[in-house]
Design a protein around this ligand. Structure first.
Ligand SMILES: N[C@@H](CCC(=O)N[C@@H](CS)C(=O)NCC(=O)O)C(=O)O
Length: 239
């Protein structure tokens, strides 16, 4: 049974965390809103988002259809996929810890988003530039080091190259994406911080070198970063 992923077709965004896990698992999936034809595209996604007959309606993309299940919230989708495809530990304590790490990544993603949209998602970036500048300055100086040092500390204690030790989990794939995104959005600050977070840099390299991910990253399925997504490069925000 192939999964159906529903997410905005032109950005990596939060959908990318799900794509990375599906790709590493080697699972077949349809990226529905990117699919041409009348059963694809954004209208197909909106049918489920706005459909009054959907029993468990998601609030926002990404969401995943797996048989009869319709699962929303990125961390929740990964909790489900991780357990099914050997990308999460078998123990309850291990699963909770992985989920906790993923939720912390979700918090970081919100803060990254707010560097360019600190006032409202419904407004253009150009309508909130002064506020974005203040918000991004604090993010770069204070929040970004706090998060990255935290993950570096977790890696130091894990006893292996991944967050939980020697075995890869979906949280490692997400942390890889965080490093990718921060390198794109805030290249100077990220380069500075990476000097003090060698384990994080190694984790990024280890994930990028995994055969399935390597193939995915080189494929057309990987949407390039752009200024519509969560990680945006506005040079003025890094000054
Ligand atoms: N907490 C949710 C956030 C979902 C979310 O904010 N999705 C964005 C795209 S990345 C969206 O389309 N939001 C529409 C809205 O909030 O109205 C998750 O992690 O999946």
């Amino acid at each position: 049974m192939a999964y159906e992923l529903y997410y905005w077709p032109e950005i990596q965004g939060r959908g990318e965390f799900v794509r990375l896990t599906l790709e590493e698992a080697g699972e077949k999936y349809t990226d529905v809103a990117r699919k041409p034809g009348k059963d694809g595209g954004v209208p197909a996604m909106m049918t489920l988002l706005d459909g009054t007959k959907v029993k468990h309606p998601p609030f926002a993309p990404p969401f995943l259809k797996s048989g009869k299940l319709l699962i929303g919230q990125t961390a929740n989708i990964l909790l489900y996929l991780g357990e099914r495809h050997g990308l999460a530990p078998a123990t309850e304590a291990g699963r909770l810890w992985t989920h906790q790490l993923q939720l912390t990544i979700a918090d970081l993603v919100v803060e990254v988003h707010d560097t360019h949209h600190p006032i409202a998602s419904s407004l253009y970036y150009d309508d909130q530039r002064p506020e974005a500048k203040r918000r991004a300055a604090d993010f770069v100086i204070s929040r970004m080091p706090k998060y990255l040092n935290y993950f570096e500390g977790v890696l130091e204690r894990s006893g292996g190259k991944y967050l939980l030790g020697r075995r890869l989990t979906y949280a490692d794939l997400s942390l890889f994406q965080i490093v990718e995104g921060l390198r794109y959005a805030f290249p100077k600050a990220t380069a500075r911080l990476e000097k003090k977070t060698p384990r994080l840099v190694d984790l990024h390299g280890a994930v990028a070198g995994r055969p399935r991910l390597k193939a995915y990253l080189a494929s057309e399925r990987r949407i390039p970063f752009n200024e519509m997504g969560i990680f945006r490069h506005y040079p003025e925000l890094e000054k």
